[in-house]
Design a protein around this ligand. Structure first.
Ligand code: AMP
Ligand code: ZN
Ligand code: FE
Ligand code: FE
Length: 290
């Protein structure tokens, strides 16, 4: 059984519609796919409607969260939430706040670039977002369209990284508050790509142990950004702390080069995840989860 628990559609910063993503997942031979757009459940209905017989859909979101360091620095951490009640008031307010925050911050980045003579406009970026929560990949696509760079990846290297002069942070939700929020909405929380980018600095083994005590359910162990040694370390941490281990592609359509299903989750780990959820059901033949 092939299971990919982290993908993005154009309901956030991927390039496939939710229905296209489901078709691509089926064509790639996946039995189970989770749709986990950033800070929105907006793609869930279309994905559910496109689900072919025999395929299972796990509805989720990648929540924008962060940790405040002792020096007062906010470090971004992505938290996957699965099978939570999408009508939970706290979740609805969190998504609304982040969507407004993403718009404000995306436009601020565009304004900095435009003021520096980079030929992109607010309208172009909003057209690439097409109503979805604005993400830096939408700005990356505007930079590609303007001929400033040749790929979204190159846009990140030269213009969109946290170290770039054009970077504007967004105000993320506190990580521990988000873990509690997802649990209260009947969902299951899994910390995403904890050994990629800045997150590695704040997600020490001690911190992961604290988060497990606070109700964190799992760790994304296999992720394209993780080295072989990071995967070994995280698998050991998950075992020590009794956390679910997941593996996922973090597919973003053509915004990234990774293919859907390039990283997968073991069936017994998914069964544990589904067991813990009380918010909403898995869609499709959940019998295959044993
Ligand atoms: P944001 O959510 O606006 O802060 O943008 C972060 C998003 O950009 C994440 O979902 C990443 O998957 C994506 N991203 C980060 N680095 C790259 C890259 N090099 N190429 C394409 N997408 C990236
Ligand atoms: Zn993304
Ligand atoms: Fe992420
Ligand atoms: Fe992601």
């Amino acid at each position: 059984m092939r299971i990919d628990l982290h993908t993005h559609s154009d309901a956030s910063d991927g390039t496939d519609s939710p229905a296209e993503l489901i078709r691509i997942a089926a064509a790639a031979g996946l039995d189970v796919v989770a749709l986990t757009d950033h800070d929105t459940t907006g793609g869930w209905e279309e994905a559910a409607d496109a689900l072919p017989a025999g395929m299972t859909l796990i509805r989720g979101t990648e929540f924008s969260t962060g940790i405040l360091t002792p020096s007062g620095h906010r470090v971004s951490v992505h938290l996957l939430g699965y099978l939570f009640d999408p009508l939970d008031a706290e979740v609805v307010l969190d998504h609304q706040r982040l969507i407004a925050e993403r718009l404000h911050r995306g436009l601020a980045i565009v304004d900095l670039m435009a003021a520096d003579g980079i030929p992109i406009t607010r309208d172009q970026v909003l057209a690439f977002a097409a109503g979805a929560p604005v993400g830096r990949p939408h700005i990356g696509r505007a930079l590609v369209a303007a001929g400033v760079v040749s790929s979204v990846n190159e846009a990140f290297e030269h213009y969109l990284a946290g170290s770039s002069g054009y970077y504007v942070p967004k105000v993320d939700t506190d990580l521990t508050a988000a873990i509690r929020m997802i649990a209260a909405a009947g969902g299951v929380s899994v910390v995403a790509h904890s050994r990629s980018r800045s997150a590695a600095r704040v997600l020490t083994v001690d911190r992961l142990a604290e988060l497990a005590d606070l109700g964190l359910d799992g760790i994304e162990v296999d992720h394209p950004d993780h080295s072989a040694s990071a995967r070994m370390e995280l698998a050991g941490v998950a075992d020590d702390l009794g956390l679910i281990r997941t593996g996922s592609s973090d597919y973003h359509g053509t915004n990234k080069t990774i293919r859907i299903g390039a990283e997968t989750t073991a069936p017994d780990q998914l069964a544990q995840l589904v067991d813990r959820a009380t918010g909403i059901p898995v869609l499709g033949p959940s019998g295959i989860l044993g």
